[in-house]
Design a protein around this ligand. Structure first.
Ligand code: ATP
Ligand code: MG
Ligand code: MG
Length: 364
């Protein structure tokens, strides 16, 4: 049994603990933001960002992990001097900076959008001249759920874009004309063992993931293998230990990488009920030096629906025999992920009928 310290105390940490307790692990949490769920399970129950509490967590833990790529790199470097941190600081450093991330993709031959890192309106104007429109301007760090982004549709929007999110380092990316968005969740342990979940399809609305279909339909063996080879390259290059997720665009020219997350991922939540071993359990196994579990799906098809902004008709979900409800104990707020629903099905038709009956949880 190991004592696992988690930097962050949101729903991802909570689901890690729920997966790790049956393996006999203990958990402690260090709350970083005021927004995190209050009812955390765990050995520890820390709520402030005081240095004392961080020290207490590090003293408690055999191994430290983190919930977010926005975790302070300096804090992780300091902890790593005394306690193993998985994934390691290199994974965190690259994944928290869109410029470093895309440079690594490029260096490793993983296709991605043309991009340029810019620090001023002049540099942005030059980058737009080269990359063209439409393009998408993002903060290099800290963005999530599509926050800190501006789609530049026409040449005359450059100043407006800089005014909206500029004054800091930004990245301009060519707008990828994709058929659909896919993601691959993978896991690697310190012994170098790797496992891959099936590619899933993700549907976003206003930058926020609304639902995932697992596995993505009509994915050839070749495309699955291609995605696995991309993420495997990254896992090895970063000497990554834990779960790593790669978000991909499927285009007429093949797969393009969008971004990676050095952690369990919203598009992997279906694995809790839908796979032999969940992404959370596999992350725990990986960081504890245990053998990895099977990533096979347990049923032909599953879906994960995010509950965003308001809780919605949850009684309906509770009445469905093949639905599983997860609420994160967070207060309702515009654009906020409050929970998710997993649907397990024998066929695509049955799944889509169930999704339709829960359309109150989906936008439009
Ligand atoms: P996440 O919540 O997944 O961490 P994020 O805020 O880090 O999101 P991205 O994943 O980069 O942001 O972008 C959010 C969404 O915006 C993508 O899932 C995709 O739908 C769209 N998008 C981002 N970059 C591009 C691009 N270069 N071309 C086309 N669409 C894009
Ligand atoms: Mg992101
Ligand atoms: Mg994303």
């Amino acid at each position: 049994s190991k004592r696992i310290g988690v930097l962050g105390a949101g729903q991802l940490g909570r689901m890690l603990a729920l997966a790790g307790y049956p393996l006999g692990q203990k958990f402690g949490f260090y709350g970083i933001s005021q927004d995190e769920p209050s009812a955390l399970l765990g050995h520890f129950h820390l709520h402030s960002d005081e240095a004392d509490n961080l020290k207490a967590l590090v003293d408690f833990a055999d191994v430290i992990t983190f919930e977010s790529e926005n975790t302070d790199l300096q804090v992780v470097r300091e902890i790593a001097k005394t306690t193993p941190v998985y994934p390691g600081e290199r994974s965190l450093e690259v994944a928290q900076h869109r410029g470093k991330e895309k440079s690594l993709f490029k260096e490793k031959g993983i296709p991605c959008a043309n991009f340029a890192v810019v620090n001023s309106l002049e540099e942005l104007q030059q980058a737009v001249n080269v990359i063209g429109v439409p393009s998408i301007l993002k903060t290099t760090t800290e963005g999530y759920d599509g926050k800190g982004q501006f789609v530049i549709k026409t040449d005359d929007q450059v100043e407006q874009a800089w005014e909206a999110i500029g004054g800091r380092e930004l990245i301009l990316e060519a707008f990828v004309d994709f058929h659909r968005e896919l993601s691959l969740v993978a896991v690697r342990n310190a012994a170098g063992e790797q496992r891959f979940y099936p590619l899933v399809q993700n549907v976003h609305h206003k930058g926020i993931l609304r639902y995932t279909i697992a596995p993505a339909q009509q994915v050839s063996e070749m495309v699955q293998k291609q995605a696995e080879s991309y993420i495997s390259t990254l896992l090895e290059e970063l000497d990554h230990v834990g779960v790593l997720t790669l978000e991909l665009f499927e285009t007429e020219y093949g797969l393009f990488a969008n971004e990676m997350a050095p952690r369990v991922h919203n598009s992997g939540h279906w694995t809790i009920e839908g796979a032999q071993t969940s992404q959370f359990e596999n992350h725990v196994r990986a960081i504890c030096g245990l053998p990895l579990g099977s990533t096979e799906a347990r049923q032909p098809i599953a879906a994960m629906l995010n509950i965003v902004a308001t809780t919605g008709p949850i009684d309906k979900v509770l009445q469905m025999p093949n639905a599983h409800l997860h609420l994160y104990d967070k207060e309702e707020r515009a654009g906020r992920k409050l929970g998710h629903i997993t649907l397990l099905s024998d066929s695509q038709e049955a799944l889509f009928a169930d999704i339709k009956s829960l359309n109150a949880f989906l936008p439009l």
